[in-house]
Design a binder for this molecule. Sequence first.
Ligand SMILES: [Zn+2]
Length: 525
Amino acid sequence: MNKSRNLFKDGMTPLVKSTSRPKWQRLPRCEVFYYKSPVHQNHYVLSFAFGFDKEDEVYQFALTFPYSYSKMQAYLNAVELKFPETFERSSLGMSIQNRKLELITFDDVKKPEKMDPKNVIHMVVILARIHPGESPASYVVQGLIEFLAAANQPISKALREHVVFKIVPMLNPDGVFLGNNRCNVIGHDLNRSWNKLSQYTHPTLSAVMKMLKEYDNSSCYQVDFVIDIHAHSSLTGTFIYGSTYDNVYRYERHLVFPKLFATKCEDFCQEHMMFNADDRKSGTARRNFVEALSDNVNTYTLEVSMCGYLLNGTNILTQYTEDGYMRIGRNLARTFLEYYRFTNILPIPPVDELRPRKGGRPRTHRPRARSKTRSEVRVRPKTTRAYAPISYTDLSICYDSATSEDGSPVRYMYGHGNAGYGGLRMRPHIHQDQFSLSNIQAARFSNLDFTSDFRLKIPKAKGTVQEPKMPPIEMLNVPPKPHLTIIDFNQLTRGGLEEATSGKTIEREKEKIRRHTFKSSSRKA
Ligand SMILES: [Zn+2]
């Protein structure tokens, strides 16, 4: 509360719930005030107006959605019962006050018969709630656990079968139980203690470090990621903190995951992302693991705002809900899927699976029978081939035909009769008319005017008095012809993209060849 930069300035408001209204709700913004108060030695003060409307009710207020130690225990019990075959729960150790340090494992990886460096098992480690006050981190973890535990979900199945996930959902169970904001029971900020671990004062961290080192040193496993999840009290959106490396290639590898994650989250905030090697933060997991673990391990701090995120470059603040935080966890899993597909550890699925499924099956010429394998992930041989899917769904042009009798199964009463809402006639879009078959036919007789209604352009046979009745329009989606541009990459630095693609280069090359052949032929002569 002593910081000048605070989310209450951006429109965050406290949460409230009561006995008869058990769902957390944000207070209205107009009733909440955050200001510097001369009465309180110029400290910042939060005050809000609230009417206690029922006498026997118990009211509770919170900064963000709480997530207690017992809530986590109840949740893990429920998941354990629901997904016994995918979900594995164990205890990694005990806290100072003898609370369990839970460890969740998702591991359906078939162990290779012979171990060699090419056959290592990839591992992702997720840590959360080292700062007990940052409860949104627990919702993110819950979203991730739910996603990975789903037995029949093809994405989670593929992930579980190729990568081992180790999740420590609550690194500081004592602090959470006691309601601390940042510290454990003896007042240590655990995320400043990774560089001075002691079994007596930091038993939970020591247990996690022991596990990490064991896997990191093993020849069977390769720890790819350690992601430490936090919640931020003064910035909006979701963002990642990483480390800097002197080795350029190492640094580039470190940037890949945040970039992929940014493409998966609409709430990702690029401006708040930070990569540094700050000495003040040397006790954090992110900074300490760079030295403590091997070079393969990428450690990040994933921060989610305690309040909300700004909608796509606007100033409109959307407040996070519990499900909003869980969605971040699901997006995290999707990012792992993409990462491991890019690195050829996960098989690349058939094109059908990659296509967005909004609005049902895309209308194409392809017969239905070919999509049988959609839900399966085909195992493909490991190659370095890059995958570049061409999606026709967004590029498709509607050819609307007034006369075609090709027996296409797709037939729409579009723009005729009483289709539409309340007898309103729906007009076909102009861009569809431009490519209509009638227009193309009309072009044989007259100059085609794309801007006007094509129906006026159809020449009438002499003697006909009545307007011919229009049959229903059929719509087919025909993929456009691929357009090929030759780019000479040698030219890119010299003359820019325009020159490289203008064709001058190709002409120049042809000229060179011509001159060369002329010289050699004259020499012969
Ligand atoms: Zn934190």
